[in-house]
Ligand binder design. Structure first.
Ligand SMILES: Nc1ncnc2c1ncn2[C@@H]1O[C@H](COP(=O)(O)OP(=O)(O)OP(=O)(O)O)[C@@H](O)[C@H]1O
Ligand SMILES: [Mg+2]
Length: 481
């Protein structure tokens, strides 16, 4: 009875803590979005004003030109058009001359004369038209008037520039004030939330300490570890796919599990995610609340709630959706607004969407995938799809990412890009990566720790260098050569 009471208290506390954490995070990540929106609006207003000023200044600027320059500016386009039109007309004259000569070679002289006359006519007509055009834009401005106009132009320009700067300063201060007000409001919200969070976390620790189960489990996992596999055994009929396997995964590292085909690697993964129920052994995991839990006690879908995500050997994306939408779908469990909130408080929902959208954009940018945001998965290279899948796992803020042969089917270049992505995830997203991989180069390149197994048994565990030089591992891979 007491045990049940403790368990209930724990569940309620964890749920409360999760909600609080979400609200703190939401309030924090909403601020940069507000800032960006304010900036965009200001920029648009300023751009509009600048365009208006340019329209106002143009006639004044024209008035400062001397006659020749003015004529040239005003007539250049039209003269160009006239010249083009007359070039076509001359060409027609030459063509009809050529045809006439072909028809009557004897009359060539006569045709020549006719052509020359016609061309001369056209030339004169063009000159006349040009002249008329130039005359029309004759201003005969006195130098003094031009000087005066220039002064007027400069004065107006200075006036408009001042106006522009004034608006700019006004908008910027306005934005600053506004942003300050909003951030203060948000921060005021965050403060008590954080305080409450502290209290709740302390309460949880107390409850956990009361729980005899946790007490035992806490000893099972070193402070630095996120996952502990202890004497794991999994039999299929008479076959021991995993045989008394023990190893620990440290928090924040990239851990690689290697072994020849059929060594039992995938089976280990399947036991961790409770896809298979192991015959013997324990698996301990430190979840997002830093609570040590026994994975044996969970069902498959509950493992995900503990902050463990996995990708499979094939690509699992929704083909009808764009990459960005695929990311957003990956976050659906993050939406905190309940059904009625969704119905009644559209604003809250919109804000949540904005936060999640910004998060997707950040992840895609961090992992150099932003250029594919509006693409659909169809037609994208397999290596890119693999990386997008990895990016999507980050939407749910995982604690431990499990990858089954992420480099399978990738070419050298794609594998290198994947290695880069894995490193970035570890550095920037504070999570542990546990991968099974055949590609030795990738494993040696990215892993901090490697565990080699064969026939379900542990051969060796250590750094890439230690594993590379290990006799047992060499034998397993090279058949004792
Ligand atoms: N569901 C199952 N039923 C029966 N035997 C299984 C099952 N799953 C795996 N096995 C056997 O267990 C052993 C280990 O398989 P597992 O898939 O874990 O190996 P692996 O190391 O992932 O190999 P690979 O490198 O080929 O992916 C193999 O001999 C396999 O045939
Ligand atoms: Mg496998």
């Amino acid at each position: 009875m007491a045990k049940m009471w403790i368990r209930l208290k724990k569940t309620l506390l964890v749920r409360h803590i999760n909600r609080l954490e979400y609200r703190v995070q939401f309030n924090e990540s909403y601020l940069p979005i507000i800032k960006e929106r304010l900036d965009q609006r200001t920029e648009k207003k300023l751009k509009r004003l600048k365009q208006k000023h340019q329209r106002l200044l143009l006639p004044l600027e024209l008035a400062t030109l001397d006659d020749d320059a003015y004529q040239e500016v005003m007539t250049a386009d039209q003269i160009k058009r006239l010249e083009d039109a007359y070039a076509w007309k001359k060409r027609a004259v030459r063509q009809s001359h050529a045809r006439a000569v072909k028809r009557n070679p004897d009359d060539e002289k006569k045709a020549d004369v006719k052509r020359d006359a016609r061309l001369k006519q056209l030339e004169e007509a063009l000159d006349n038209k040009k002249q008329t055009l130039l005359d029309k834009h004759q201003r005969h401005l006195e130098q003094a008037v031009i000087e005066a106009n220039r002064a007027a132009y400069e004065a107006k320009k200075a006036e408009l520039t001042a106006q522009y700067q004034q608006l700019q300063t006004r908008l910027e201060t306005q934005d600053e004030d506004r942003f300050k007000r909003i951030s203060e409001k948000r921060l005021k919200k965050i403060e008590p939330l954080n305080e409450l969070l502290e209290t709740k976390r302390a309460q949880l620790l107390k409850v956990l300490a009361e729980d005899p189960d946790t007490e035992q489990r806490l000893d099972k996992l070193d402070e630095k570890d996120v996952l502990g596999i202890e004497n794991l055994t999994m039999k299929f009929g008479g076959l021991k796919a995993v045989d008394d396997l023990t190893f620990n995964v440290r928090e924040g590292e990239i851990f690689g599990l290697i072994g020849p085909n059929g060594a039992g690697k995938t089976t280990v993964f399947n036991c961790i995610t409770q896809f298979h129920r192991p015959n013997a052994g324990n698996m301990y995991y430190r979840n997002v609340n830093r609570e040590v839990v026994s994975l044996n006690a969970f069902k498959v879908h509950d493992v995900i709630k503990q902050g463990i995500v996995r990708t499979f050997q094939n690509v699992e994306l929704i083909w009808e959706l764009s990459i960005l939408d695929n990311m957003l779908v990956g976050a659906h469990s993050l939406y905190n607004a309940g059904f009625f909130t969704q119905l009644l408080h559209l604003n809250k929902l919109k804000r949540e969407e904005a936060v999640i959208h910004a998060k997707a954009i950040k992840i895609l940018t961090d992992l150099d995938l932003i250029m594919y945001k509006d693409h659909h998965p169809i037609g994208l290279p397999y290596g890119v799809l693999k990386r997008i899948e990895l990016a999507r796992t980050l939407m749910t803020q995982p604690n431990l990412i499990i990858l089954d042969e992420p480099a399978a089917g990738l070419n050298d270049l794609e594998t290198r890009a994947l290695a880069e992505t894995l490193r970035k995830i570890r550095e920037e997203y504070a999570c542990t990566i546990f991968l099974v991989e055949h590609d030795m180069q990738l494993v040696m390149e990215v892993c901090d720790t490697i565990c080699a197994i064969n026939f379900g048994k542990k051969l060796a565990i250590g750094t890439p260098r230690q594993i590379k030089s290990n006799k047992l591992v060499q034998e397993a891979y090279l058949g004792g050569e």
